[in-house]
Structure formats: C-alpha cells, structure tokens
Write a protein that binds this ligand. Structure first.
Ligand code: NAD
Length: 311
C-alpha cells in the first residue's frame, strides 16, 4: 500500500485522502490511477448518473489492464474499494489532504468550486486543478490559500498517458510543487513543471499546430487525409492533428485558442473560422459522433466526414 508523504522536506501533509471533483472523462481517469496506486479517493460529482458511469468506466478500464496482464483481479477489487463516491463537495472534501478539480472547463464554474474548496477543505489541504487552459493564478486568487493552489494537468486517457504538466501559479509555494512532483512520480507518471502563462506548454504548442492544420484544410492547401498523413508519417505523430482535434473535442480546442488569443493579444492564435463554424454546428468530434471524421458508422477504420470527402 503506497501511503508516502506528500513531498520532500517541509512537506505540507500526507495524502491519506485524495478528493477528485468531477467524474467525467478526466476525473474518472484520475480517480482510477490514484486508487490503483493504493490511495483512498473520494470521487465527487453533482450528477449521480456521471458517478455511476465513472465507476463503470473505471471497472472496464481495470479489466483492460487485467486482459493485458498488467493487473490481477485482486488488485482491481482493491482499487475499486479505494473509491467512495459523493454528490456534495462540502462532504467529499472535508477530510482531504489533496483535492484535484477536474470539473467542466468553465471559468465561472471553477472559481465557484474553488471558493467552496477553500471553505470546506481542511487548512493545509493542497488544491490542484486539471484545467487545460484557465489561469492557475486567477483560480488561486479566489481562495485564502493561493500558495497551496497548483495546476496538475493530466493527459487523456489518464491511466495510459505518462505526462503530468505541473503548473506553478504566481503564488504557488515551492514545497507544494515538490510535493506534487513527488506524488506524480509515485503514480508512475513523468512530471514536467511549467509556469502559469496562457496554454501552459502542452496547449500553447499543440493548439497552434491543430489550428494551422484546420487553416490548411479551410484554404484548400490539401485534403483532410493528406494533412493528417503528412503529420503522422512525416513527423511520426501517432495520429494526425485533425483526428487529434476530434479526440480532444473541437469545442475544447476552440476555447483554448480563445484563451491563447486573449491572453497574448496576438492574432496568430485566432481560431480558424472553419473550427468556429463546426462548433456552432454541433460537430464536436468523437463525443458528438462527427467532426473531421465520422464516428457513427461503427467502422474500425477512420471515415472522413461527408463534408470533407474528396469529390
Ligand atoms: P467532462 O465534461 O467529461 O466532465 C466534467 C464533469 O464535471 C461532469 O461529470 C460534470 O457533471 C462535473 N461537474 C460540473 N460541475 C460540477 C461541480 N460543481 N461539482 C462537481 N462536479 C461538477 O470534462 P473532462 O473532459 O473530464 O474535463 C475536465 C477538466 O479536465 C477540464 O478542466 C478540462 O479542460 C480538463 N482536461 C480535459 C482533457 C480531455 O482530453 N478531455 C485533457 C486534459 C485536461
């Protein structure tokens, strides 16, 4: 059972209990990796259906690990037993040493959640956010403990992806950063520490590439499959940028590009009008069934969406 202290010298506490806010795509993955590593986890969502779905997904994902002989049935059982679900933030965080917020990417919602966390989580509890793009400094500023607020940006799918981008807000205490770095390593992840500027590192570099791929399609420089194939085979990317945009969600890509555009005041980050149109039309990628590709046909191979088929 792994119950190491949070952090090195001057550590700010021991993570006996991790509370995860939001049981969506990321929240269930984060709960999964902590529970599998032996931590007790409170998984909290305002939506009971999401909590049920999250527990079912975690069970299925643990089964996948068993099928690959990465895990035993006994370890699956113990991981599931480590997770307790709650539908109220106030109760679910009242004994936590670390809270990781992974609720919907909406600034007002996150500020409201952090006000609640500051009120209900014990003094000394570190408050982390999995936000893709919202300023850690801004989130920290609504709490009375900005030195204990930090970005802990996991990648999707969490049980598989090794990177954790750790983001220091303006006021984050260096001991908190050390603690979160150490904790990420205990989860078997590779932490990279960055500072709090728009898009951090991952999305500051990824989103302009995706936007440029969409512009290339919009301007007719090449067909959709050619753009993705050039980047896959030419740059050894596991998937092309247009397929990746579908996987991330086109609405998410649009909102991150807007954060970059607003944050830097530089028109080079302006989202491509085609991306904006697709989001307005409800074509959000995998989660809506269609984006650059069509996911509704049950085909194992990627199928280009009708809108982008070669004539
Ligand atoms: P999601 O829509 O799948 O899940 C969000 C969950 O938050 C939902 O279950 C919703 O019911 C819950 N929620 C909303 N308000 C809440 C509240 N007040 N209290 C508790 N729960 C609440 O979203 P997601 O894709 O899991 O993204 C979560 C966070 O992770 C976002 O900040 C996102 O930017 C970030 N992120 C997403 C990805 C990705 O690929 N999806 C990758 C990295 C980071």
């Amino acid at each position: 059972m792994l119950r190491p202290p949070l952090g090195g010298q001057g550590g700010l506490g021991r993570p006996h209990l991790i509370s995860v806010i939001g049981a969506g795509t990321m929240g269930n993955g984060i709960a999964h990796v902590f529970a599998q590593t032996g931590f007790k986890v409170n998984l909290i969502d305002v939506n009971n259906v999401q909590l049920e779905k999250a527990m079912a997904s975690i069970g299925k994902n643990l089964d996948r690990q068993i099928a690959k002989t990465l895990l035993t049935e006994e370890q699956k059982k113990s991981a599931l037993e480590n997770i307790t679900t709650y539908n109220e933030v106030a109760i679910g965080v009242s004994a936590a040493n670390l809270v990781i917020e992974a609720a919907t990417e909406n600034i007002d919602l996150k500020l409201d959640i952090f006000r609640q966390l500051d009120e209900f989580a014990p003094a000394g509890c570190i408050l982390a956010t999995n936000t893709s793009s919202i300023s850690i400094t801004k989130i920290a500023a609504v709490t009375k403990r900005p030195e204990l607020v930090i970005g802990m940006h996991f990648m999707n799918p969490v049980p598989v992806m090794k990177l954790v981008e750790i983001i220091n807000g303006y006021a984050t205490d260096a001991r908190v950063t050390d603690d979160i770095v150490a904790l990420s390593k205990q989860l078997g992840k590779v932490p990279c520490v960055v500072n709090d500027y728009p898009g951090f590192i991952a999305n500051r570099i990824l989103m302009p590439m995706i936007n440029e791929a969409i512009y290339s399609l919009y301007e007719g420089v090449a067909e959709l499959e050619e753009i993705d194939t050039v980047m896959k085979l030419g740059m050894a990317h596991p998937m092309g940028p247009l397929q990746l945009a579908d996987f991330i969600g086109l609405d998410v890509c649009l909102s991150i590009l807007k954060v970059l555009q607003d944050g830097f005041g530089n028109p080079k980050y302006a989202p491509c009008p085609l991306l904006a149109n697709m989001v307005m039309a409800g074509k959000l990628g995998v989660k809506s069934g269609e984006g650059f590709y069509n996911y509704t046909l049950g085909s194992k191979d990627l199928v280009v969406s009708g809108r982008f088929k070669k004539s």
